[in-house]
Write a protein that binds this ligand. Structure first.
Ligand code: ADP
Length: 606
């Protein structure tokens, strides 16, 4: 138990340090508002305690009843409460405003991390749960403000406690008994309910990820056609309802468990209040205290008890927030450490990387968390300037071969070399500069055409001209020029009502232009002409040499006519390379896979 408490203190300390250092770096003035908040919160109870005591005594005792004194204490209570209320509102508003900024900045940090993490994590349910827990942690804790509130409650309650302690024990030490009993019960209940909340957070967050998939991802326009055509809405709604019910049941169970404890707490609090009223009532009847003192002591005792409970609640709030925000810290740490370790050990790209020789040496590969080898003992050398075509049936492993080359996954056995050095030894962000890839499932973003092509370079000089030149070369210029805002036109209507929806072919051409714009020494095109019309496709083939020039090009296609302009063809079957040679060489193998496929396709055209 002691070890557990020590860990929790470390968690709170670590979490507070991280978020307060972050807040200090971003908006130092935030802490001025926090200190002002503590002072104001500590003063507040004393306005009523002092004011009512003297006011009531002045009114209650006929001999005194000085109207000026009565007006003074009335003014003290009303104006004091008003000034306090306005100032407190101002400082808390400022704090919440700063917290909104923190929220935005930290979300950007989280997105940056997620965009940089290992690609294979994007398919890992456990990792996706971790990301969701990190994302949800802000909403569930109130981020920096949540921690601040915890500390402000604890500190200001300590100050109030010290003030009212004197007032209470001066009257009767007996009053401390109900206060302490109520405090102990309340603390134990808070401990239990915080634990329940911590357990609930994990389950809730994982369930919310699935719920989000139904509510956000599937309502995305990209799914709209298929959902309508296949009438999938009922199935999606059913799944959504089932998930909604699960979330509701989890919340209900959690609240019921908490309610059992809270019920007991409420009962003890009420009994302790009755006891306090009885003790103070007797003291007043015995004329040991005045009516004004009775009123202020009632308030003091309640403040005393509330302060103690607020301190323990504040500590539990901090513990809960730390346990939830820990998910964010752990996630950041996990990805950071891995990346740092890898990037530290990594080499910069060699000078001769613009003339790369790529070797797959006995490479075998299984996808993470699967048992089946997708590639088996693949060995091949791709020389600088090679124009290589990869063919094979669906599922033969062609795209997987490319993904390994792009380091989206690590090989299971064997190694891939770049100019004789294992590719994993290079810094990833340097290595990837060497490759321009158009995947089958490429994605364009709801930004302008130019931004989609040139990304962050789009404001650089000469970029616009180069992008337009490439559009012309690929045959996209006619479409771009026909648009009112030309290359500045936004894609899709998500953010811009004048945005355009590119056709499948236009989108594919745009993806090719983006790859060529990157001007990397190795160009990889996975089924790049699947969406193009025959004229556009033959244009691309015709210009292929101009497009890729002397670069190394890897071209995956089912249309074997496209292999004619590649000087080398490899055939994949069941994760192995079964044929390797020029078109003429492979056609000369009578029962060869390539020759058969080529003749089958040619027959349809004839
Ligand atoms: P091809 O490009 O030749 O059509 P792929 O390389 O895309 O084939 O796929 C080869 C095999 O790997 C297929 O059986 C496919 O189901 C499997 N596969 C592809 N991606 C993944 C993945 N992310 N996780 C697990 N298996 C995968």
């Amino acid at each position: 138990m002691f070890k557990n408490a020590k860990n929790q203190i470390w968690d709170i300390a670590g979490c507070t340090r991280y978020f307060f250092v972050f807040a200090w770096k971003e908006i130092p003035s935030y802490f001025a508002y926090v200190i002002a908040g503590i002072v104001l919160k500590s003063i507040q109870p004393f306005i009523a305690i002092l004011g009512t005591r003297y006011l009531i005594d002045e009114i209650a005792y006929a001999g005194r009843r000085d109207i000026r004194v009565i007006l003074f204490w009335l003014g003290f209570i009303c104006i004091g409460t008003w000034i306090h209320g306005v100032s407190y509102k101002f400082v808390t508003e400022r704090q919440y405003h700063c917290n909104d900024l923190f929220y935005r900045i930290i979300n950007v940090k989280l997105s940056m991390r997620t965009m940089k993490m290992k690609f294979e994590y994007t398919e890992n349910a456990k990792m996706l749960d971790k990301i969701k827990r990190a994302e949800n942690s802000f909403d569930n804790t109130g981020l920096v403000q949540g921690l601040t509130d915890g500390f402000v409650n604890v500190i200001s309650s300590f100050i109030v406690l010290s003030g009212v302690f004197y007032l209470v024990i001066r009257c009767s030490v007996m009053l401390l008994i109900p206060i302490f009993i109520s405090f102990i019960v309340s603390t134990m209940v808070s401990m239990k309910t915080t634990k329940i909340d911590e357990q609930y957070y994990k389950i809730y967050s994982d369930q919310m990820r699935e719920q989000d998939y139904y509510m956000r991802n599937l309502t995305d326009g990209r799914y709209a056609k298929d959902i309508r055509i296949y009438d999938a809405s009922r199935m999606i709604l059913n799944n959504q309802e089932v998930m909604g019910e699960k979330i509701y049941q989890t919340a209900k169970k959690t609240n019921l468990r908490k309610w059992k404890f809270s019920r007991f707490d409420l009962m003890v609090t009420e009994f302790s209040n009755i006891f306090v009223y009885m003790v103070l009532g007797v003291e007043t009847l015995l004329a040991n205290i005045t009516i004004g003192e009775f009123s202020s002591l009632i308030q003091s005792v309640l403040e005393f008890k509330n302060s103690m409970i607020t301190i323990s609640d504040g500590i539990f709030q901090l513990r809960y927030n730390a346990s939830v925000l820990k998910h964010f810290l752990e996630y950041m740490d996990l990805v950071d450490k891995e990346e740092d370790r890898e990037e530290e050990a990594a080499l910069p790209l060699p000078k001769n990387a613009d003339a790369p020789t790529i070797e797959f040496c006995n490479v075998s590969f299984k996808y993470p968390n699967t048992d089946i080898y997708i590639l088996k003992n693949v060995s091949i050398t791709i020389h600088s300037g090679d124009h290589l075509s990869i063919v094979g049936k669906n599922g033969a492993g062609k795209t997987t071969f490319i993904k390994l080359l792009c380091r989206l996954y690590e090989v299971t056995e064997g190694e891939i070399l770049l100019n004789g050095i294992n590719i994993n030894r290079f810094q990833f962000k340097e290595y990837i500069k060497m490759l321009s890839v158009v995947f089958q499932d490429y994605k364009l973003m709801a930004f302008s055409i130019l931004e989609n092509i040139a990304l962050e370079q789009c404001m650089d000089r000469g970029v616009r001209e180069r992008a337009n030149e490439l559009c012309k070369l690929i045959g996209l210029d006619e479409w771009v020029l026909s648009l009112e805002k030309k290359e500045d036109t936004n894609l899709y209507k998500m953010f811009d009502k004048a945005g355009v929806e590119p056709s499948g072919g236009q989108a594919q051409k745009l993806a090719i232009v983006r790859a060529l714009f990157k001007d990397a020494p190795v160009v990889i095109l996975d089924e790049p002409t699947a969406a193009l019309d025959p004229v556009a496709e033959s244009e691309i083939y015709r210009h292929f040499d101009t497009l890729v020039g002397g670069k190394t090009a890897v071209y995956i296609s089912h249309r074997l006519s496209s292999c004619r302009f590649c000087d080398r063809i490899i055939v994949f079957e069941g994760g192995r390379i079964i044929e390797d040679g020029s078109h003429e060489q492979l056609m000369s193998i009578p029962d060869g896979f390539y020759a058969k496929m080529y003749r089958t396709q040619a027959k349809h055209y004839n």
